[in-house]
Design a protein around this ligand. Structure first.
Ligand SMILES: Cc1cc2nc3c(=O)[nH]c(=O)nc-3n(C[C@H](O)[C@H](O)[C@H](O)COP(=O)(O)OP(=O)(O)OC[C@H]3O[C@@H](n4cnc5c(N)ncnc54)[C@H](O)[C@@H]3O)c2cc1C
Length: 488
């Protein structure tokens, strides 16, 4: 084999948070792993998504929390320059040196370049310095993430709208900003730029923001945005866009036309698979790679191809993608790693991982993707939910009881801020007396979520949960109130 063609046990394409985790996990049993990346090691989350967006949101949240406590004596507004400087630090100034060092320290070979499949277990790498071709002895893992969808609106491309990348890495605050789309990215960025001083208009096609959330959460976020000065337009479509010296003119259906300085398009994302050579192994370019609960591609024979993270269309958050990454890393390590031979013999040709994957909640099966996905939205108020919404539970034919509680009535909430406003809701599966979903709305509720996730994943019966005593005076006492409201 020449220096321009190399063989590894496992090749992971895409070094976002998800690909990094697969590589780390699979490599722990001594497999030789290559991680191919054509941009920055660390991916979207580190440089243009989770981390910089939260850095932009944090100052406004801290100020609001301090202002809610009279004794803190805080006034003033967000310091734009300091916020951007912190955001730049959080995004490592868009330099991936430390993440490359980490990967190499973990024994992973980092290859710079664009990877395309050319045949089963074979890839061409279009890069500089490394091998031009790589072969995977055992497995290829696609972890190439997702990219923003640009809606086909007349003139939109020509006005060069922002995507989440330009918003999270912005160095200037537009005086007037239109945000198209009321999903997580839309409402978070509307909040951040309102804090930074933009006059923000949020343009939403449907009749609420955060469509997958409980309706009361959507309502609270829309109210919160309006309280921040954001104009929220529901039932509004953008017909066309045009830029001139006055700014960008948006022609809207359902609302008067708008003139702004920048437009942020936040209307959804699609799997990044258009230039990946998927067609060479019989898959469609531009679509998600369909996978089973082991994250193994279902439409490719031979058990060598896996897909994980946003590209699978199965998860859309870093934490859930990393969970799937741990599953696929463990499946690969168990099937092909140092101890795999012995396990294969014990299990009549199937690896232990494949046998175990048949059982829900095995570590080789991503059961939580179905049952208990957590989501936090860092707006004001924050929204956090896990598992099913009421509608989703009823659609699945579950007999659920909705138990709600006004968090303001909890002593801990009053201590946090006398004017605290928030709501908690749990969904009880009446047949099994366990929680199948929970939603929290209010300041700092993000940190309440994991208790709910544990209850849902653990399928903890309510009469056992009753013995989990929350400390006084904390907001967690809402758990006690919810259980009392459920009749305990
Ligand atoms: C504004 C915003 C805020 C968000 N906030 C949060 C949050 O707070 N919490 C959360 O959990 N999630 C958040 N998300 C979602 C989160 O960013 C994604 O779910 C996560 O980044 C997906 O990780 P990934 O590894 O699958 O993909 P990515 O992070 O996109 O990584 C894929 C990598 O593959 C590389 N690549 C692609 N194709 C090739 C190729 N052919 N060859 C070589 N390399 C290639 C890319 O350059 C990239 O580095 C947010 C998203 C956005 C847009």
């Amino acid at each position: 084999m020449t220096e321009h063609a190399q063989e590894f046990d496992v090749v992971v394409v895409g070094a976002g948070a998800v690909g990094e985790n697969v590589a780390d996990r699979a490599g722990r049993t001594g497999l030789r792993v290559a991680l191919v990346e054509h941009a920055l090691v660390g991916g979207e989350c580190s440089y243009w998504a989770c981390m910089p967006s939260k850095a932009l949101l944090r100052p406004g949240a801290v100020l609001a929390a301090a202002r809610a406590v009279a004794g803190a004596g805080v006034s003033g507004a967000v310091d734009v320059a300091a916020t951007f400087a912190t955001r730049d630090d959080v995004a490592h100034h868009w330099d991936d040196g430390s993440q490359v060092d980490w990967a190499q320290g973990a024994g992973i070979t980092v290859l710079r370049g664009h990877a395309r499949l050319t045949a089963p277990r074979e890839l061409a790498i279009d890069g500089s310095g490394g091998p031009a071709r790589v072969t995977a002895r055992h497995a290829v893992v696609i972890a190439t993430g997702s990219e923003p969808v640009m809606p086909s609106i007349e003139g939109l491309a020509e006005v060069e709208p922002w995507t989440s990348r330009e918003a999270t890495s912005a160095q200037l605050v537009p005086a007037r900003l239109a945000v198209l789309g009321g999903g997580v990215v839309g409402v978070e960025m509307a909040t951040a730029f309102a804090d930074l001083g933009s006059d923000v208009t949020l343009v939403v096609r449907g009749d609420r923001v955060l469509a997958p959330a409980e309706p009361f959460a959507s309502q609270a976020v829309a109210d919160g945005l309006r309280a921040l000065g954001v104009t929220v337009l529901f039932g509004t479509q953008t017909r066309s866009a045009r830029r001139d010296d006055d700014g960008v003119h948006l022609s809207l259906d359902g609302a008067p036309d708008l003139v702004v300085d920048e437009v942020l398009v936040a209307t959804g994302r699609r799997p990044r698979t258009s230039d990946l050579g998927l067609e060479t192994v019989g898959l469609a370019a531009g679509k998600a790679v369909a996978v089973d609960d082991r994250l193994q591609a279902t439409d490719v024979d031979g058990g060598w191809l896996f897909a994980v993270g946003d590209v699978s269309g199965r998860t859309a958050t870093t934490h859930q993608g990393k969970y799937d990454a741990r599953v696929v890393g463990d499946v690969i390590a168990a099937r092909f790693g140092a101890k795999a031979g012995a396990k294969d013999a014990e299990h009549g040709g199937l690896s232990a991982a494949d046998e175990a994957a048949a059982t829900p909640w095995s570590r080789y099966r991503a059961t939580a993707d179905e049952a208990s996905v957590p989501q936090v939205v860092f707006t004001r108020p924050e929204v956090a939910w896990v598992g099913l919404t009421e509608q989703a539970a009823r659609d699945r034919g579950l007999q659920v009881r909705v138990v709600g509680y006004d968090i303001a009535n909890v002593a801990g909430a009053y201590v946090l801020a006398p004017g605290y406003a928030g709501r908690a809701q749990m969904l009880v599966d009446e047949t099994r007396a366990v929680i199948v979903g929970a939603t929290f709305v209010g300041p700092d509720v993000a940190e309440l979520l994991h208790a709910a996730t544990i209850a849902v994943v653990g399928q903890v019966p309510l009469d056992r949960l009753w013995h989990a005593v929350p400390s006084y005076p904390t907001v967690s006492e809402v758990w006690l109130r919810l259980l009392e409201s459920a009749g305990l």
